[in-house]
Design a protein around this ligand. Structure first.
Ligand code: SF4
Length: 381
């Protein structure tokens, strides 16, 4: 398949692996964070870590939209869905994210709440059109990739004069999260998380462009390479980061030139600016309250804001004590550092959000890497 097969070519992967091994200086370590869950998934699925020398270390970042959703937001969605006659429409992954007291949207659905899985925000608008006597709320989550479709849904609902449609907005912003990580004590003061460079997200950057990362490269002197999600994209980005670090450069480079430009999708950004504005603060799972890191619906579209319509008040809820998702999302720990990884916590029975989506670090490790460190026992004949 064009644009897929050529980016999964084994012979090219071996060449890139050899180039990385050749150019990574033996006396130095390279600690690179892949911000996005899509890259975490690709690194685990294609065994990219096994193709890297020991001094090139990949650190998972918080770029998985389901993983960073705090429990309090899921609790609010469950409460909304319990309102008589209300339909809650949402993307599939949110259904299984653990909420308070062992609850989830999936369990709420089993108890009788009308919660419907949708593939797009347009599906939610369609449900509202088809059910004029029901209130329909779209539980919107995600980074800059899924924000424009939510904006489209709100603008369309306004154009159609829908009075039974609203959005529970939980859209978050990539640059604010990267800044938060770079400002964290683990990176800045304690240096328990050495961070030398970033692989920037692919699909987010198709919308926002490469320009927003220029600030980090300059201010924090960390190189950023925006990369696609195929294995060769990721390996090429690693090589580009190593070259920058060897040269003492801290620039934004774009490996994903087939889809990302410096200014991104100008039309989509204008639409987002028309409908949304910055929140002063938003709680992220793992990162805590992060200033100006999320969006809310503008006053002009208040009629479509579920938080205003239903008076939703946010309540912060601590994670399950056994769960290390917070530390994993900050790059402080690995999934295998969690005591319940692969035993109590599995994709079938997730205890934390990182085990839910295929982009979550724990789910990726469980699916593709959990047996790697287990010694093979050969039985005597
Ligand atoms: S294995 Fe489960 S409980 Fe442990 S950090 Fe990952 S998601 Fe949380």
């Amino acid at each position: 398949m064009k644009y897929i097969d050529e980016f999964r070519d084994g012979a090219l992967a071996r060449k890139l692996s050899a180039a990385i091994a050749r150019e990574a200086a033996p006396g130095r370590s390279y600690n690179l964070m892949e911000f996005c869950g899509g890259h975490t998934h690709a690194i685990s699925r294609y065994g990219i870590k096994d193709l890297l020398p020991a001094n090139v270390r990949m650190i998972h970042g918080p770029g998985c939209p389901v993983c960073v959703l705090p429990i309090g937001r899921i609790d609010s969605a469950i409460e909304l869905a319990a309102r008589p006659g209300l339909v809650l429409a949402t993307y599939a992954d949110t259904l299984r994210v653990p909420a308070s007291k062992g609850q989830s949207l999936m369990k709420a659905k089993a108890r009788g709440s009308d919660i419907r899985m949708v593939y797009s925000s347009a599906d939610a608008v369609r449900i509202a059109c088809e059910n004029p006597d029901r209130e329909v709320v779209f539980f919107a989550i995600g980074f800059e990739t899924t924000t424009p479709p939510t904006a489209v849904a709100i603008v369309e609902a306004a154009a159609r004069g829908l009075t039974n449609f609203s959005v529970f907005c939980n859209h978050v912003l990539t640059p604010a999260a990267i800044a938060n990580i770079l400002e964290s004590p683990e990176v800045r003061e304690l240096r328990t998380v050495p961070l030398d460079g970033f692989i920037g997200p692919a699909h987010v950057s198709t919308v926002i462009g490469s320009q927003p990362y220029e600030y980090f490269a300059e201010e924090y002197q960390r190189p950023v390479v925006i990369a696609g999600f195929e294995p060769l994209d990721v390996m090429q980005a690693i090589l580009m980061l190593i070259r920058q670090l060897n040269d003492g450069r801290a620039e934004v480079e774009n490996e994903f030139t087939r889809a990302v430009t410096r200014h991104g999708n100008v039309k989509a950004k204008a639409l987002v600016a028309e409908v949304f504005e910055l929140r002063r603060s938003f709680e992220w799972r793992g990162l805590g309250e992060v200033p100006y890191s999320a969006l809310r619906i503008k006053e002009k579209y208040r009629a479509f804001d579920a938080e205003a319509r239903y008076g939703i008040e946010y309540r912060s809820v601590p994670d399950n004590k056994a769960c290390e998702c917070g530390a994993i999302l900050r790059g402080v720990k690995k999934p295998t550092d969690c005591k319940v990884f692969g035993t109590v916590c599995t994709p079938e029975n997730p205890i934390g959000s990182c085990m839910v989506s295929s982009e979550g670090a724990c789910a990726a490790h469980y699916t593709y890497g959990r047996f790697k460190d287990v010694p093979v026992v050969v039985q005597a004949a």
